[in-house]
Ligand binder design. Structure first.
Ligand SMILES: Cc1cc2nc3c(=O)[nH]c(=O)nc-3n(C[C@H](O)[C@H](O)[C@H](O)COP(=O)(O)OP(=O)(O)OC[C@H]3O[C@@H](n4cnc5c(N)ncnc54)[C@H](O)[C@@H]3O)c2cc1C
Length: 409
């Protein structure tokens, strides 16, 4: 035996089999608790979502959403990385792993969890009074109460500063008037966090957040139908027709756009992971198919052009997962910046949609069928590409950070 061979450490490459599911060995970054959480969520999704998702998607519905929310609550997946008030207090990495597994089933399920935990609960947890937290968070963590988050309006999406929904003082009360659009969970929510202008006369932004029980007179949430994306997700309009709220309905800790934008940053972080779940599911479907589908007398996975697609997809999938881990560790260390979340959201959603589209080509005609998940994931990701900041908004965030020049207007 040569000197070099005898010096080989026990973990030599030969003792480490190549794992096509984890080619870079990223799982080494996870501890046993992380792995247990990931497996629990993966098993739940395999049992409760995957057998039904094609039918839900085709029908454009999420039946049993309240049962699903309670089950997700029992798993600790709602407000998962928040502390106290019945929340699981998990790490950012653990929350990310859950998002990835949920979105590998369907982006609609991950959206339910993101909006509940990272938008509605996060807003109350970070900016709410102690009474608001006590009143709402335990029921939301348990999935007994579903929450929604109303920022976007029919005429104000990427530029919410100009929102028209307003809240006026009437004695001690607040009275809310306006419309919100494209609101996930809206029609099934028991509580809505609604953002509104408060100083119409003063001309400033004066945006404040309000905790609105959805049984308040004047509140309604008609569902938006005929979507070709996120079909297994409830999306709604919010109509606020003189909704009267007590003085303590306002979130005391949030003034201006900083409030909703910090909630969005938290939710975007989950998307950085989630998008890689949709990509992984599509890639796995394509890889399986490539190994079994034969044309010209051999499996299509044996053709160099198919292998090039698979190799390139694997690169982007696992680079994206590494990026998500990196951002998760920064978030856990309290060192993440919004521009870094933009970096992750822009890259991972864009790459995920490309992986779904390329996977679709490997499946040929079968790729357009709901028998396989790839087209469903690809169309879902069209929404994910737009919500929580469009591609262009994140390019502008990064462009501004790189150049110091603001190109938003
Ligand atoms: C399924 C779904 C669920 C959603 N859930 C929620 C929710 O729960 N809560 C919520 O508040 N919102 C939600 N949204 C809304 C979402 O956040 C908005 O759609 C998004 O912010 C973009 O706004 P918009 O659709 O009005 O597009 P616009 O802002 O009108 O943008 C249209 C296009 O113009 C581009 N553009 C705009 N400004 C510029 C510029 N300065 N430079 C270059 N390009 C520009 C945009 O990037 C985009 O490509 C949801 C959307 C969808 C589709």
């Amino acid at each position: 035996m040569s000197t070099t061979e005898s010096a080989k450490p026990s973990g030599s490459p030969k003792s480490q089999p190549f794992d096509p599911g984890d080619p870079l060995g990223i799982d080494d970054l996870l501890d046993p608790e992380d792995l247990a959480i990931r497996d629990t969520v993966r098993t739940w999704a395999a049992d409760r979502v995957l057998p039904h998702i094609a039918e839900w998607y085709e029908n454009g519905e999420l039946p049993g959403i309240r049962d699903l929310a309670r089950e997700l609550g029992s798993l600790g997946a709602l407000g998962m990385s928040l502390q106290g008030y019945g929340c699981a207090g998990a790490s950012a990495v653990q929350y990310g792993l859950a998002c990835l597994e949920l979105e590998a089933a369907d982006s609609g399920i991950r959206s339910l969890v993101s909006v509940q935990g990272s938008l509605a609960m996060y807003a109350i947890h970070r900016f709410g009074s102690e009474e608001q937290k006590q009143q709402w968070l335990p029921g939301m963590a348990a999935g007994e109460t579903i929450g929604c988050f109303g920022l976007t309006e029919p005429d104000h999406g990427s530029d919410p500063a100009g929102m028209r929904t307003y809240a006026e003082r009437d004695g001690d009360d607040w009275v809310l008037t306006g419309r919100k659009m494209w609101i996930t969970n809206g029609s099934v929510a028991g509580v809505a966090v609604v953002w509104a202008q408060t100083d119409q006369a003063g001309g400033g932004s004066g945006i404040r957040g309000f905790v609105v029980p959805t049984d308040s007179p004047g509140f309604s949430a008609p569902e938006i139908r005929h979507k070709w994306s996120l079909r297994a997700s409830v999306t709604s309009e919010l109509v606020l027709d003189g909704v009267r709220l007590p003085a303590d309905a306002v979130l005391p800790g949030a003034t201006g756009l900083r409030g909703p934008l910090s909630c969005l940053s938290h939710a975007r972080y989950g998307i950085v992971w989630g998008a890689m779940g949709a990509a992984r599911a599509s890639f796995e479907a394509a890889l399986d198919y490539a190994k079994s589908r034969e044309q010209f007398g051999r499996p299509i996975g044996g053709f160099q052009l198919t292998q090039a697609k698979l190799a390139d997809m694997a690169l982007e999938l696992h680079k994206g997962i590494l990026l998500a881990h990196h951002l998760g560790r920064r978030m856990d260390a309290g060192r993440i910046r919004p521009e870094q979340v933009s970096f992750g959201k822009l890259n991972n959603v864009r790459e995920a949609i490309e992986i779904c589209r390329t996977s679709r080509t490997i499946l040929g005609a079968n790729g357009i069928s709901l028998e396989y998940p790839v087209m469903r994931h690809a169309t879902n990701l069209e929404s994910v590409l737009t919500y929580e900041g469009t591609v262009e908004m994140h390019q502008l965030v990064l462009g501004k950070a790189l150049t110091g020049l603001d190109a938003f207007r």
